[in-house]
Design a protein around this ligand. Structure first.
Ligand SMILES: [Ca+2]
Length: 190
C-alpha cells in the first residue's frame, strides 16, 4: 500500500497598508466632501441638506480581513445628521440622499454603520430621542433602509476628534466598530 501524501495548502496574501499620508491618494471626495489635506477630509460643511462621501478608489475583497482606523469629528450637538461607514457592491459613483438617509438609503444591498447625532422620529429608535447613538443599517435590493441594528447610545458631539476603528473578520464575517468606549458587532453578508 502506498501512503497518500496530503499537502497542506496555505492561503497567503500580501497585506496592504494605506497610511494616513496616502489617504487622499486612495480615496475620492464626492458630493459636498472635500479634502483639507492629504490625511483629512470634510464630508459636509455646516450647511443644511449637504451629503458628502469619501470613497475608496479600489474594491475590497471580503474574503480577507481589513481594518480602518482614524478619527471622526461630529461637530456640535445641534448639528445633523451624522456620519456613516458604508460597504456596498455597486458603482462607486452612487450617492444617497441627505438628512436622515445618512448616506445609506438608496444604495442597494449595502451594509452601513452610522453615528447619528440627530433624532428623526420617523426612522430612529424612540429610546434615542434627543440623544446621539451608533447603529448598523442594511439596505435591500431597492435601497430601502432597515431599522437600526445593535444600536447603542454614544456621547453627544463636543467639537473634538474621536478615535474610531472598523475591523472586518472574514472568517466570522463580523464587522466590529470601536468608538469611544463602545463596541458594536454585527455579522454581515456582502
Ligand atoms: Ca437620525
Amino acid at each position: 500500500m502506498i501512503p497518500k501524501i496530503q499537502a497542506n495548502v496555505v492561503n497567503s496574501y500580501d497585506e496592504t497598508t494605506i497610511s494616513s499620508d496616502e489617504f487622499e491618494n486612495n480615496f475620492t471626495a464626492k458630493g459636498n466632501a472635500t479634502f483639507q489635506s492629504s490625511n483629512e477630509a470634510i464630508l459636509t460643511n455646516d450647511i443644511a441638506s449637504q451629503v458628502g462621501y469619501i470613497v475608496f478608489n479600489d474594491k475590497i475583497n471580503m474574503n480577507y480581513d481589513f481594518k480602518f482606523a482614524g478619527q471622526i469629528y461630529l461637530g456640535k450637538r445641534d448639528g445633523a445628521d451624522g456620519v456613516s461607514f458604508i460597504l456596498h457592491p455597486n458603482d462607486q459613483n452612487i450617492i444617497s440622499k441627505d438628512g436622515d438617509q445618512i448616506g445609506i438609503s438608496g444604495i442597494p444591498n449595502a451594509v452601513g454603520f452610522k453615528l447619528d447625532i440627530y433624532f428623526n422620529g420617523d426612522v430612529d429608535p424612540v429610546i434615542f430621542k434627543n440623544k446621539s447613538f451608533g447603529a448598523f443599517l442594511t439596505t435591500d435590493a431597492t435601497g430601502e433602509t432597515s431599522s437600526s441594528i445593535n444600536a447603542q447610545q454614544i456621547d453627544d458631539p463636543d467639537e473634538t476628534f474621536k478615535e474610531i476603528t472598523i475591523k472586518y473578520n472574514a472568517q466570522s464575517q463580523q464587522l466590529t466598530i470601536n468608538y469611544e468606549n463602545k463596541t458594536f458587532i454585527e455579522k454581515i453578508s456582502m
